[in-house]
Design a protein around this ligand. Structure first.
Ligand SMILES: Cc1ncc(C[n+]2csc(CCOP(=O)(O)OP(=O)(O)O)c2C)c(N)n1
Length: 412
């Protein structure tokens, strides 16, 4: 276990500058594109950019996928993109709630990696149609962050292992920032609750860093979550007790949340760099209090607010498919159109169906894209295993049945 750091206060640094309004509008437009794709994946099999009036035959017969988690996941993703561009960060992204894959697949598609790996889903209109059509479709794209998802090393199907996987990726990887979104439902599993302690084994001299974003959207399928219900101070104290420094990003107004998230991420990144620089300069593997983010945002953020008189946004009803029966119910169909159009796809995609150039420029390029990072794409970072000849470890037995040897030590 790593020794505790001395209680000296961290060096004071200037606060990161607040985002300008124009930049907020840009990042919000990129996030709208992500949300449009997430909803499109769940509902549409044709007419991907609503260039024709939406008809029942354009819709999937079986609606599958999880909307509720998706806007929060892509919110974190687009802000990490900004951090990567600003500071040339070597980062990867793990989605604990891997069922929210639409919120990850969207940004992965928008940054071009999806089309590079699967050229039949290139970034134009027909590629987009195939991308939507194939999501959660037999033989198509998995409904979770399956291993085929570029940049995914954590599927998130069985909840509970995201933080352990994140630390596994950071150990012995000094340059890597592993960001991991943890669902508040997932956080109630035994494996996840214990994994918060992993900082006790993280050596800032030799290992990379893990930046968890605990996503308090309040519900785990149909039930409220514990961490979203306890008082603020108790929640902060809990994470301080685990050895983290929690930073809160809370609200539902997109512009305010963009500003706050950008500032918080920059603060956390600066703290991580300072911890690593101090440790690497002194060579002392002390255990600091690492930063983490607690993101409290509505479940199904920006989705349908009320359906059939019931509140959906911000409740358990947003977990999976927030509007059902859209092929049969004209009112729901109209509501789906209004929802999709609320992202203003006409402003986000050009004539050919590609993301407009001004937004494309917001993603990192090449291997700095989290979806293209070699650390998160199978087989790209390989070293041959050190496999000595096992025969040389055989025990010489002079007299059978008269000598005693243990097996575990030579095997080890
Ligand atoms: C170990 C385990 N238990 C139960 C489930 C079923 N399950 C799928 S999603 C979900 C709710 C997850 O809630 P949360 O982690 O908060 O994610 P979000 O609310 O963002 O969807 C549950 C219980 C599961 N996938 N894995």
């Amino acid at each position: 276990m790593i020794a505790n750091a001395s209680p000296s206060p961290p060096t004071a640094r200037p606060q990161p500058a607040a985002m300008e309004t124009a930049e907020i509008e840009q990042i919000d437009a990129y996030w709208r594109a992500c949300n449009y794709l997430a909803a499109g994946m769940i509902y549409l099999r044709d007419n991907p950019l609503l260039r024709d009036a939406l008809k029942p035959e354009h819709l999937k017969r079986r609606l599958l996928g999880h909307w509720g988690s998706s806007p929060g996941l892509s919110f974190v993703y687009v802000h990490l993109n900004r951090l990567i561009r600003l500071h040339d960060v070597n980062a990867i992204f793990l989605a604990g709630p891997g069922h929210g894959a639409p919120g990850v697949l969207g940004p992965v598609y928008l940054e071009g990696t999806y089309s590079e790996v699967y050229p039949q889903k290139d970034g134009d209109l027909s590629g987009l149609q195939r991308f939507f059509h194939d999501f959660s479709f037999p033989g198509g794209i998995g409904s979770h962050c399956t291993p085929e998802t570029p940049g995914s090393i954590h599927e998130g199907g069985e909840l509970g292992y995201s933080v352990s996987h994140a630390f596994g990726a950071a150990f012995d990887n000094p340059d890597l920032l592993v960001t991991v979104v943890v669902g508040d439902g997932e956080a109630e599993t035994g494996p996840l609750a214990t994994a918060w302690h992993s900082t006790k084994f993280l050596n800032p001299v030799r290992d990379g860093a893990v930046l968890p974003v605990l996503h308090l959207n309040g519900y785990k399928i149909n039930n409220p979550t514990l961490l979203a219900r306890i008082p603020h101070d108790e929640l902060a104290a809990l994470f301080r007790g685990y050895g983290w420094t929690p930073h809160f990003v809370e609200g539902d107004d997109p512009a305010t949340m963009h500003r706050l998230m950008a500032q918080t991420l920059e603060q956390c990144y600066a703290d991580i760099k300072a911890i690593q620089q101090d440790a690497r300069r002194s060579g002392k593997p002390v255990r600091p209090s690492w930063p983490m983010i607690i993101l409290r945002s509505p479940k199904g953020w920006t989705g349908p607010t009320v359906v059939d008189g019931h509140q959906v946004e911000g409740t358990w009803r947003a977990h999976q498919v927030p509007l059902t029966g859209v092929r049969e119910n004209p009112e729901h169909l109209a509501q789906l159109v209004a929802w999709l159009q609320s992202y203003r796809p006409g402003e986000l995609f050009d004539e050919s169906g590609k993301l407009v150039a001004s937004l494309k420029a917001l993603a990192p390029v090449g291997n700095r894209r989290m979806s293209a990072n070699p650390h998160a794409n199978g087989g790209q970072v390989r070293r041959p295993l050190d496999l000595p000849d096992f025969r040389t470890y055989a025990i010489k037995v002079a007299h059978p049945a008269r000598s005693r040897f243990g097996n575990t030590r030579p095997l080890g």
